[in-house]
Structures are given as structure tokens and as C-alpha cells.
Design a protein around this ligand. Structure first.
Ligand code: NAP
Length: 255
């Protein structure tokens, strides 16, 4: 039996990249997985199909984050679907992974871009947790996906880095607020990971891949599974005494 048998998990942005690898790993551990997505229903169905093909249980949840009513839509859809796949409502593990990374130095970042990245990366997880608290069982897990960009000063994604700084503060403070319910709250901070998010400059560009690999002490670009495995640890009982932490999963980038 998997380490997460009997648990229900929701992974935002679980249809692609780090979220998909996380959803698949949690599914292999026996959790029922709600795979959230924004626009690409096909990718969500593929992720759900992969989890089912591996013997797991999963369903897709649609809600575009960063808009009015986003969180209400997501939870309504989750509530509607979960009882079809599980014998009880509610959940045990919430992974706040969905995020966007608009590029821009301070001179180029417009108020609209600034507002959008904060709405998707900060406002949505904040209110998803707020409205999810009555669904999250005591002893549960909240895992937020942060970024190495809070430690490494990346001037071309300045607003994005600020959103992840907010996530780190949210993580630490929420951990204190949730302690009496036995809910742990942690964050994982990846470095450069080979996902669609970086495809425009990384995919098929050997020079870019080599220079990205050199940033890591381990000499390669990260894979979605490198992060998903850390998230799975934080979701497991083995991590029961870890809370309020940001775990660096950058492969030792720019140490
Ligand atoms: P990705 O491959 O671009 O996948 C993003 C996922 O989030 C997709 O499932 C996407 O669903 C969903 N999503 C994005 N915007 C959304 C919105 N407005 N509403 C609803 N869903 C939305 O991203 P990734 O590289 O796996 O990154 C995942 C997380 O890791 C992000 O928080 C990112 O900041 C963080 N991170 C990534 C890296 C990296 O190098 N890749 C490094 C550090 C941190 P749809 O396709 O349906 O829109």
C-alpha cells in the first residue's frame, strides 16, 4: 500500500510540468488526486489518464486563476467531483503549484503585468487556502511552490521573484496559524526546471542548456520529478515534524 493511501490531494496546475510530476507521484503513493488546470483541458486529461494507467485515482478540476471568482469556481468544481471518486468530502493535501513567470526588468513591468502575476501567484493561493480550511482535514498538508528566485537576484523576473517572496512569508506565518490543527505548511523552491515555462529559451538550445546546467552544483538542469519527490516527502508522514520551512530544490544553484 502507498504511503498516501486513503488521502485526497489537490494539485493546482497539476496538468503540466512540476504539477503533473507531483500529481503522478502522489497518485502512485495512493492518494486520490484532483488535477487542477486553467486553459489546457487536453493536458489535464492526459495527466489524469497517466495516473489512472498507473493504477491510481484522479480527476480534473477546471478554474482559471487570477480572476474574480476563481477560487470559488475551483472549490465548487472540486466539491462536485470529489464525491464521485472518493467516499468522503474534503482533502488532506493541498499543493499550491500553479504559477506564471512573466519576464521583465523593473523598467518594463507594467501595472497590468504586476497585478496579473500577483493575482495568480499570491492572491489565488492565499484565498484558496482561506476557503479550503473548512475542507482540509486536521493533520493535513499545505505545500506551496516557491522559487530559487527569492534567494538569487534575477533582475529580469523581478515582479515574479517578489510573488515568491510573498509565498515564503505566507508559508512561515500560515504554519504558525495551522499548528493547533496539526496541519504542516511548507514550501519548495525549485531552480531552473525543464518545463514548458522555460521551453522558449531552453528547449533545443544546447548553449542555453549548458549554461543553465552550470548554475547548479550538480551540473544539470532540473527535472519536474526532482521537485515532485520533495513535495511527496513533505506530503508524507515522514515530514510530520517539518513545518514553516522553505526547502531549496535548486540542485545547489548559485551556492
Ligand atoms: P508550467 O509547466 O508552465 O505549468 C503551469 C501549470 O499551471 C499548468 O498546469 C497550467 O495550467 C497552470 N496554470 C498556469 N497559470 C494558470 C492560471 N492562471 N489559472 C489556472 N492554472 C494555471 O509551469 P512549471 O514550470 O511546472 O511551474 C510550476 C510552479 O513552479 C510555478 O509556481 C512556478 O513559478 C514554479 N517554479 C518553476 C520553475 C521552473 O524553472 N520551471 C522554477 C522555480 C519555480 P494550463 O496549462 O491549463 O493553463
Amino acid at each position: 500500500m502507498g504511503t498516501l493511501a486513503g488521502k485526497t490531494a489537490l494539485v493546482t496546475g497539476g496538468s503540466r510540468g512540476i504539477g503533473r510530476a507531483t500529481a503522478e507521484r502522489l497518485g502512485r503513493e495512493g492518494a486520490v488526486v484532483a488535477v487542477h488546470y486553467g486553459r489546457n483541458a487536453g493536458a489535464a486529461e492526459e495527466a489524469v489518464g497517466a495516473i489512472r494507467a498507473a493504477g491510481g485515482t484522479a480527476f480534473a478540476v477546471h478554474a482559471e486563476l487570477g480572476q474574480d471568482g476563481d477560487v470559488e469556481t475551483l472549490w465548487a468544481e472540486f466539491d462536485r467531483q470529489v464525491l464521485k471518486h472518493c467516499d468522503r468530502a474534503g482533502l488532506d493535501i493541498l499543493v499550491n503549484n500553479a504559477g506564471i513567470t512573466p519576464r521583465g526588468h523593473i523598467e518594463e513591468t507594467t501595472p497590468a503585468v504586476f497585478d496579473e502575476v500577483f493575482a495568480v501567484n499570491v492572491r489565488a493561493p492565499f484565498f484558496l487556502v482561506q476557503q479550503g480550511l473548512k475542507r482540509l482535514r486536521n493533520g493535513g498538508r499545505i505545500i506551496n511552490v516557491s522559487s530559487g528566485a527569492t534567494r538569487i537576484a534575477l533582475t529580469d523576473i523581478i515582479a515574479y521573484g517578489m510573488t515568491k517572496g510573498a509565498i515564503d512569508t505566507f508559508t512561515r506565518t500560515l504554519a504558525k496559524a495551522m499548528g493547533d490543527r496539526g496541519i504542516t505548511v511548507n514550501a519548495v523552491a525549485p531552480g531552473i526546471i525543464d518545463t514548458d515555462l522555460n521551453a522558449s529559451w531552453l528547449k533545443g538550445n544546447e548553449a542555453a542548456e549548458q549554461s543553465a546546467a552550470q548554475l547548479s552544483a550538480l551540473g544539470r538542469v532540473g527535472r519536474p520529478e526532482d521537485v515532485a519527490d520533495v513535495i511527496a516527502f513533505l506530503a508524507s508522514d515522514d515530514a510530520r515534524w517539518v513545518t514553516g520551512q522553505v526547502i531549496d530544490a535548486t540542485g545547489g544553484s548559485q551556492l
